[in-house]
Write a protein that binds this ligand. Sequence first.
Ligand code: SF4
Length: 368
Amino acid sequence: MAYKKISVKKLLQWFLKNKRDLPWRKTKNPYHIWISEVMLQQTQVATVVPYYYRFLEKFPTIKALAEAQTDELMKCWEGLGYYARARNLQHAAQTVMREHGGNLPKTHEALQSLKGFGAYTSASVASLAFGEDCAAIDGNVLRVFARLYAIADDIRLPATKSKIEQLATLNLPKGRAGEFNEAVMELGATVCTPKNPQCSACPLNQDCAAFQQDAVLSYPFKSAKPKIPHKEIAIGIVQREGKVLIALRPPDGLLGNLWEFPGGKKELNETLVECCKREVEEETGLQVQVGERIAVVKHTYTHFKITLHAFLCTYQSGEAHPKSSQDVRWVALHELNQFAFPKANKSVITALLRRSESSVGTLFEPMV
Ligand code: SF4
């Protein structure tokens, strides 16, 4: 089937007039563009802006990022989530220093050899920073094109994505791919939104098949997501001589290189208290008495959800050592904010600090 081109001229004019004033739009520095693109994956623009400034202040060059201390890097990323992004950034920066003379490669194909550069990030950086004519396809672009061309196929399927990439490529204006990619993404983020698209204000409404069919919300078609599993996690806040015990997660895998309170997943036929005691011992070698539960935190990761139960624990015996982590440390409560923790643990710390400041006693009902 032959597809007609959309009015790219109208789109680019609209973009010029309506684009949001964002810091990474004022630079052609490939490193800055790269950092912004990685931060914007899975994260809202408003959240990213302060992180973007802080990160570039702390690590102003690829060399600085390559040489950063892991702890400093993770602390700078703390709260943004998807921590593999930070580890991949540093890995890629080290490769760039070692194999590319400190400069990012200039094509999307070459960029894809670096860790963390998938199809989208490579095309985005190559088009924005180096002017390569290639289409960058993210969730916004998929939605906009599915509507423009009334694509009824399941948007989760690779074949649908590749069809949309072909349509975006068909419309790519030579020499202005970066601007075009940004314009489509901006349209998706501000006008062609998932729930309430503002079609009357859209520069492409005359080209849009879904709008012409009066069926905008039927596109894109998405098959139901498989249900994600749920895990019950018990963690122990082990106290000894005015300090609490924290452990450093292994460098790779989920939440790698972040600090946490020792704990883990509840097994079948085990209570949360038993789980807490067992996990603390398996992770650190300490025997503890499990006491009051001071916080319950729910959190959703990409592939599973957790309910995390935090228990105060009293030290009984043993010497703490890293059995399944990289390191363990006893720290005072006021020192906790010097370490990078995952979001669910941060909520526990907040509860812990509030509790320690409260003269009345606990803010949380004892639940055990
Ligand atoms: S007309 Fe509506 S559905 Fe079509 S691209 Fe514009 S905002 Fe999206």
